[in-house]
Design a protein around this ligand. Sequence first.
Ligand SMILES: Nc1ncnc2c1ncn2[C@@H]1O[C@H](COP(=O)(O)OP(=O)(O)OP(=O)(O)O)[C@@H](O)[C@H]1O
Ligand SMILES: [Mg+2]
Length: 277
Amino acid sequence: MLTTFSELVEQKQPETATNRETSAKPPATKIETKDLSFFYGANQALFDVTMAIPEKSVTAFIGPSGCGKSTFLRTINRMNDIIDGAHLTGQVLIAKEDIYAANVDVVELRKRVGMVFQKSTPFPKSIFDNIAYGPKIAGMRKKSMLAEIVERSLKRAALWDEVKDRLQDSALALSGGQQQRLCIARALATDPEILLMDEPASALDPVSTARIEDLVFELKQEYTIVIVTHNMQQAARISDRSAFFLQGRLIEVGPTKQIFTNPNEKQTEDYITGRFG
Ligand SMILES: Nc1ncnc2c1ncn2[C@@H]1O[C@H](COP(=O)(O)OP(=O)(O)OP(=O)(O)O)[C@@H](O)[C@H]1O
Ligand SMILES: [Mg+2]
């Protein structure tokens, strides 16, 4: 059972612009939803969610299974578009632009908003080709440029040292933790602004999980990160802000420390302290 925030945060996060509470200038809003509702056919999965997510920070989505975390995450890069009979009302804005406007190029949008899933999903191709895939689709043909992108992306995903001598090997021969970092590298290869992660470490051992968490901490210097996690310790360790969902509704969102130590809503407190149910 969770008691204090300091117990949750085993290693104290170093202060950065985004987790310093008295930061002089508040970071700009990167993602914003306004009265967002989402429907799978007749079933409503999200109810009027209004939320602002600051840039270059980590926001954790928490809440019980089925509360709509993944649905909400997928609205941010229009991953739900392909689901038959699904539709939404309200707005999703990235850098103040409505990403559901008629003139938005969804392929372009997904380059700006990368996504990493719970189950790592490498293509049955070489490590190199997995990373080069996005840039190639985008029209990049020059070998030397592709090699540069592959190296840079793998370095950013803290995988380079482990794979640099076997880039032509199949990605499927990597360990689970390595495959997950490969998928992060693949998402980074198109130079996104936002990285969405849906339980990226839930299938990993503690060492691989710690590597992913360190990586998230590194990446937030450059990217806006939204991560879904069922692991409360993980949310407390790596996120600047947390959003608690229940049955398709956003119950509250705020600085992680406040959500975990002094939430405004009783439902949040019950969930955080494990009394939910
Ligand atoms: N493709 C789909 N078709 C129909 N209903 C769906 C679909 N995906 C999700 N739902 C429903 O929408 C609701 C929210 O699901 P969602 O996957 O967003 O929850 P979640 O919070 O991510 O849960 P979990 O923690 O288990 O991953 C659930 O009632 C679920 O059954
Ligand atoms: Mg989910």
